[in-house]
Design a protein around this ligand. Structure first.
Ligand code: ATP
Length: 368
């Protein structure tokens, strides 16, 4: 008789811990004939923040709504903590899913006090164990229970919306552009605050944003989306330094791009010859250099001559726009501190070839 493999407690524990908190397999959602999400697969481990990053209309909010059960799947499957919650024939309703949601328009009920708003988010079974007063203390809003939403600032309302969603102790917390209506200072504050609350509660979070800085700052992992699909998923550092395709690189941060053809192991560009190790001879490629890797200097030019067009001094760094003879697009350099370059002067441009990313011109895929 075939012996069944027994799992030791330690192996059992390991086996359990690898089940992702969220599993999306080959999800598809169409509106009329147009797919908003197609062939989308994503595993999200428990704890931590995963960001869905992508341009407007790429399907980020639809993906969140599919996870929440507000939208139905046309194809595929979604599991939360191992349990199937949606497939093409079946959808667990939103109120029976262990998920919480915070939107940009906070949806606090205007006719309810803050205490009533928070209590509303807590399922009946959990109400006894949750102390609204303690939650308000936790977010620095002690004594706000009897106020109404219109009496609170945008940032205060945001904090209430967050604790209201977290009070229900969801397994997955979804945040759809929650900071986009806040000013820059408040946004930075709320990002830190939200991360602290999420970490403290150990909640798995999915954050939707089209702001790459926000994704880089907040996410443990980023899934870059385009036209209903995930182009690449990984840590922020990995995506920034090792994008698999040009659209991923472009979405994460500014790029200077130059086209060229590979001959004798080099690409000839308007910035000079760049070594193209491992790229097939004759390939038409796009060379991409991030602004922080391009250095303007008054020293003897090492590469192409460029003309300074504009200098934006932001205090901690300067953004310098440059024109390159025969190149249609402006180049951009970021230099630390204040720059003494002057519009109209001619400078040399240098860069480390190791920082040049090369992509196939037709497919956009990374070559080196
Ligand atoms: P944004 O960043 O602008 O919010 P998004 O990435 O969240 O965009 P979605 O809102 O998911 O994108 O929309 C994806 C596509 O699906 C868009 O083309 C949108 O017009 C379409 N879409 C979304 N919801 C519906 C709907 N209820 N009916 C018809 N089309 C829809």
């Amino acid at each position: 008789m075939k012996q069944m493999e027994m799992l030791s407690p330690a192996r059992l524990c390991n086996a359990q811990s690898v089940v992702p908190m969220l599993q999306i397999k080959n999800a598809e959602r169409r509106f009329a004939a147009t797919p908003a999400v197609q062939g989308l697969s994503l595993d999200v481990a428990g704890g931590g923040v995963t960001c869905l990053l992508g341009p407007s209309g790429c399907g980020k909010s639809t993906t969140l709504r599919l996870i929440a059960g507000i939208e139905k799947l046309d194809q595929g499957e979604i599991r939360i903590d191992g349990q199937v919650v949606s497939d093409a024939s079946f959808t667990t309703p939103p109120e029976r899913r262990p998920v919480g949601m915070v939107f940009q328009d906070l949806a606090l009920f205007p006719h309810m006090t803050i205490a009533q708003n928070i209590a509303f988010g807590i399922p009946k079974a959990k109400r006894a164990e949750v102390q609204v007063g303690q939650l308000l203390d936790r977010v620095g809003l002690t004594g706000y229970g009897q106020k109404y939403p219109h009496m609170l600032s945008g940032g205060e309302q945001q904090r209430i919306a967050l604790i209201r969603a977290l009070a229900a102790q969801p397994k997955i917390m979804m945040l759809d552009e929650p900071f986009s209506s806040l000013d820059q200072r408040l946004r930075a504050e709320m990002r830190e605050f939200t991360l602290d609350l999420l970490r403290e509660s150990g909640t798995t979070a999915i954050l939707v944003t089209h702001d790459p800085d926000e994704a880089m700052m907040m996410a443990d992992r980023i899934a870059v989306m385009d036209r209903g699909r995930i182009l690449q998923e990984g840590t922020p550092q990995n995506l920034y330094h090792r994008p698999a395709a040009l659209p991923v690189a472009q979405l994460l941060a500014d790029l200077n791009m130059l086209q060229g053809n590979v001959r004798d192991g080099h690409v000839e560009t308007k910035l000079g010859m760049i070594p193209a190790h491992g790229v097939a001879e004759g390939s038409n490629i796009t060379c991409a250099i991030r602004p922080e890797h391009l250095r303007p200097c008054r020293c003897r030019p090492q590469t192409g001559n460029a003309q300074v067009l504009r200098v934006h001094s932001l205090g901690r760094e300067s953004v310098i726009e440059l024109g390159l003879a025969g190149h249609a697009h402006r180049l951009r350099c970021n230099a630390p501190g204040s720059s003494d370059l002057v519009p109209g002067e001619t400078v040399g441009l240098s860069f480390d070839p190791a920082h040049v990313m090369m992509f196939a011109e037709n497919s956009g895929l990374r070559l080196s």
